[in-house]
Design a protein around this ligand. Structure first.
Ligand code: DC
Length: 231
């Protein structure tokens, strides 16, 4: 089999993007972090003052959509893609707590999803892509050759996120992060439009006790079993 689509869905902060990035490098595939796209829309809405005190009017967000241009660009220093909003590198800003606190509600708006999903399908039309998110295997690419559903214990996920944000110099508490993860998981799984669900044909990867290498080995074995040539 030649190039395939690898769809990785799962809970917040369970290491989807870490594994997806490593996999893309190993396979020589493109990598797309779809969460970053919803974070960009949220950041833009915050900057435009359309989200105030965690509330917004849906119509106002929808009106902003035509003004949003985003793209990914490879950063040789980090060996991964940075996210650009209207030509500006917003990779750091989209990871801030204020964005995390609002992104689930913004990503539940149908018109926001329609725009992002169209972009995602365009990016994956030639295959050879690893895409992570919440609805990739169920909705964006239901025909993906390999689907993974990732999860991990909530405290472990919180700890990993806590360490990551602290390393980046963000002042956040363990409890604040845990509350955010749990509420995002709930909102992402219970929304009307393309909720987070495990696709029927997805392979579950619980990485609570697995390191990065073990996860990669697990996935590469699945890929080999599909008859896809590894570089
Ligand atoms: O992967 P992440 O935590 O950066 O994603 C941020 C949010 O974006 C997540 O809480 C829900 C939303 N999202 C989505 O609705 N659909 C996707 N395919 C990816 C992310």
């Amino acid at each position: 089999m030649s190039k395939i689509i690898i769809a990785i869905d799962g809970h917040s902060s369970c290491g989807k993007s870490t594994v997806a990035k490593a996999l893309a490098v190993q396979l020589g595939y493109a990598y797309v972090d779809t969460g970053a796209m919803y974070r960009c829309v949220t950041l833009y809405a915050l900057r435009k003052g359309a989200i105030k005190d965690h509330s917004f009017i849906e119509e106002e967000i929808i009106k902003l959509l035509p003004g949003i241009q985003l793209h990914f660009q490879f950063n040789p220093h980090t060996q991964s893609n940075d996210t650009y909003l209207k030509g500006e590198n917003v990779e750091k800003e989209i990871r801030q707590m204020i964005v995390s606190e609002n992104v689930s509600k913004i990503s539940a708006i149908r018109e926001v999803r329609t725009k992002m999903i169209a972009l995602q399908r365009e990016m994956g039309k030639n295959k050879g892509i690893v895409m992570d998110g919440r609805d990739i295997g169920t909705n964006v690419f239901p025909e993906a050759e390999l689907k993974l559903f990732m999860t991990a214990d909530t405290d472990i996920r919180t700890k990993r996120r806590y360490d990551e944000l602290r390393t980046k110099g963000q002042e956040v508490s363990f409890l604040e992060i845990k509350t955010n993860l749990m509420s995002r998981d709930y909102e992402d799984s219970h929304r009307k439009e393309n909720p987070l669900l495990q696709a029927k044909d997805a392979v579950v990867l619980d990485n609570t006790e697995l390191n990065r290498e073990q996860q990669l080995e697990f996935i590469l074995n699945l890929i080999k079993n599909l008859g896809v040539s590894l570089q």
